[in-house]
Structures are given as C-alpha cells and as structure tokens.
Design a protein around this ligand. Structure first.
Ligand SMILES: Nc1ncnc2c1ncn2[C@@H]1O[C@H](COP(=O)(O)OP(=O)(O)OP(=O)(O)O)[C@@H](O)[C@H]1O
Ligand SMILES: [Mg+2]
Length: 234
C-alpha cells in the first residue's frame, strides 16, 4: 500500500541527520504505531509521508506509484489523510465548514453528528462553533480527528492523537482506530495504542531500531531511552 525506501531527511544548516535510511512497508488495512523517544524523528517521518516535508534522499510509493515529488494536496487526493500533533486553527471557518471541506461534500446534520460523536463531541454544541483559539486543546484535537474521519482515506496518519484528550474515555479513541478499515499510522507513546498495533515501529536517533508486535518490542522500549510509557501502571 505504502512503501518507504532509503528515506533520509537532513537539515542543511548543521548537516544533522534527522532521519537516516528508513525502509518501511505499510500493508493495506493494518495498524502501525510509531514510537520512540522525543526527538527521534517520528513527526518528521509522518510529515515526509504526507508531503509536508521533502526528503533529502529516498523514495515513497503509494499503491505502486512514486509519490516522492507530489505535493500535500496531490497526496491527499490519492487518499492519504493526516492529523497534526499540534492542530491548526482556521480563522473564519466553523467546525461544520471544516468537516465539509475535508470530506469534499455538504454533510447533513446526521453525518456530522456521526463524525463528531465518534470523537466524543456532541454535534449540536460544536457544528457552528468558529475554529478559533476559544476551542480548548482537546476540543481542537478531536475536531481534527473528526476531520480525518470525514476524508474516508486509504491511509490515515495520526500524530499523537491522544495528546490533550483527557476527559474523553480512552476506550473510545481505541475503538475509533479499530473500526477504521484504512491503513492506519499512529505516532504514540501510549501503551493502549501500542497494544492494538499490528506492528510497532520503534525509532531511535532517526533510525528504525525495531519492528514487531508490541509484546516483542516492549523490552526495547527502555525507560532510559523513551521515558516511562504513558498508561503504564497509572
Ligand atoms: N528544521 C529543523 N531544523 C533543525 N532540527 C530539526 C528540524 N526539524 C526537526 N528537527 C529536529 O529533529 C528531531 C526530530 O524531530 P521530530 O519532531 O520528528 O521528533 P519526534 O520524534 O516527533 O519528537 P516528539 O516525541 O517530541 O514529538 C528533533 O531533535 C528536532 O529538534
Ligand atoms: Mg512529534
């Protein structure tokens, strides 16, 4: 479905290798969780997949087609959707406008309600809310998740979807991921999210350290390198 070959990302000014020679194969319908210490390159990797950043070397292909040089909107049209670690606000737009733009159609109240309730928001309270800084961090994050859901994409990418989502029961978030039929790529430090992965990708210092089921990877997610996993013994 999505293949990454020898992908590298260097920062020009100091020659730092943020990602080095990454090779990954994301299969259709599977859930992948990318984890690793802060600064290991997780967000950089998913931004390269979405086309937000341009790689210094390497190739990204989607359904057999080379997409390395495609722009974000071209990748979005092919069926790749992305939720930012830090959601962005859009001045002048309401929640319903954002969801309609994202899904490229005029959704009726019931569909909007379905998308919003699957991220724990009640549609009647939110569809007419402006997308501004009056929304809390957690609300914005959920709206962004709903926006990704409306896209119905083949590949869904979520960068730390749990960040800021405290009140919404964690089970709902997990169920939402499980229900997706897409290839799902989630950047996360959360044990419960790591547990639902078909494959966990452990990044360290810009390179893939290990890939496997969470049970196999767990011993390598060391406290000294990754910090304490969230959700463990809490
Ligand atoms: N344009 C840039 N110039 C210099 N350094 C950069 C640049 N972009 C990213 N970095 C550095 O690259 C490293 C990887 O960043 P990235 O955001 O991918 O980490 P991450 O694994 O997502 O971390 P976190 O868990 O904190 O979200 C960090 O050390 C970051 O400071
Ligand atoms: Mg990050």
């Amino acid at each position: 479905m999505l293949k990454i070959e020898n992908l590298s990302y260097l920062v020009n000014n100091d020659g730092k290798d943020i990602l080095k020679n990454i090779n990954l194969d994301f299969l259709e319908g599977k859930i992948y969780v990318i984890t690793g210490p802060n600064g290991s390159g997780k967000s950089t990797l998913v931004k390269l997949i979405m086309g937000i950043l341009t790689p210094s070397a390497g190739k990204i292909s989607f359904k057999g087609k080379d997409i390395t040089n495609l722009k974000i909107n071209e990748r979005a049209k092919l069926g790749i959707a992305y939720a930012f670690q830090q959601p962005v606000t859009f001045k002048g737009l309401k929640v319903k406008d954002l969801l309609n733009i994202a899904s490229n159609k005029e959704n009726d109240f019931n569909s909007l309600c379905e998308y919003l309730s699957s991220v724990g928001l009640c549609a009647k309270d939110y569809i007419n809310r402006p997308l501004d800084d009056k929304l809390s961090g957690g609300e914005l994050k959920r709206i962004e998740l709903a926006m990704v859901l409306t896209r119905n994409a083949c590949v869904n990418i979520f960068d730390e979807p749990e960040a800021g989502i405290d009140l919404w029961s964690f089970e709902n978030l997990i169920n939402m991921f499980k229900k997706l039929s897409s290839t799902t790529i989630i950047v996360s430090h959360q044990t419960k999210i790591l547990e639902i992965a078909d494959s966990v990708i452990l990044l360290k210092n810009g390179a893939v350290e290990k890939i496997g089921k969470y049970s196999e990877i767990k011993p390598y997610i060391q406290i000294e390198t990754c910090g304490k996993l969230r959700g463990e013994n809490e």
